[in-house]
Write a protein that binds this ligand. Sequence first.
Ligand code: 13P
Ligand code: SF4
Length: 329
Amino acid sequence: MSLPVIQDSSGTQEDPLDLMDEIDVLKKERDVSILAHFYVDGEIQDIADYTGDSLKLARDATQVKTSGILFAGVHFMGESTKIMNPEKRVLIPDLQAGCSLAESCPPDQLAAFQQQLRDQGRDFHTVAYINTSAAVKSLVDWIVTSGNAREIIERVPQDKEILFVPDQHLGRYLMEVTGRKMILWPGSCMVHEVFSIQDLIRMKKRHPESVVMAHPECPQNILEITDVIGGTEKMRRHVMATESPTTFLVATEGTMIHPLEKAAPQHNYIPVPGIMTSSGETCACNRCPHMSLNTLQKVRDCLKNDGPEIEWQDYFATAREVLDRSLLQ
Ligand code: 13P
Ligand code: SF4
């Protein structure tokens, strides 16, 4: 494999293989384990100690033996890691790596809406997708990931209404599979929301034998013509369990092709492109701009500088109870 030479912010060229070697030495020196989500660059996944979806990584983080964890992902993932491992140093390569879903649900707006519902005499539980800030997590009853959402919804008592935040598409899909009615917050993932149904139909015509796999963060029109709906770990397991070579049309963040190819190289994976809402043109915008802020240089620098680090906040303690109950029990 030959990787392109990378330029750092000062314009200096750095060889990715040298960076990988440097990271390997530094993480041992600093007693840090690297966790990487399936949406960060393949080379970061390749040097990580643990890779996975949000659920697996949250659980893996509680098993780590080193005193520090570097989370290559986005800010809410670093926060959840710190919440569940308060005694450890939790480093993230770029503090600016946010998430459109987390941003769509500010804690003050959620608290005001919950109060409005209570004032109307509504008896409800709030269920939050893990793609939310820690401040939001401290306001809710349950946390779900794409990997355990169905199971958690089934734990909400039947006599309670459900307020689901912030992903309207995942919420709508969960209403369909669980039969529970929900009040949906109007948030969405900027990557999954732009998948073009026209492109997908065109691709399906070109590859009539193909299997469509889509993340439940995709809108309903995409899920309606999808064969396998699931989070990233479910997709990985599905391709591993499929023996005969198959063409998969993959409607999720573009980097997901990397772990799929690694896990089941016998298949052909075609990423579904997105559509630019401004011009209507098809583009390769299936990369999450937040996840792609993680680079090998930033991972190296973060280990070298022992930061940026997620600092413990008072409200993390309340969020911890919810995360433990939802993800570990
Ligand atoms: P999962 O990997 O848990 O399916 O999450 C997808 C996602 O959008 C993470 O930001
Ligand atoms: Fe958030 Fe979507 Fe990026 Fe995941 S892919 S971090 S949900 S914006």
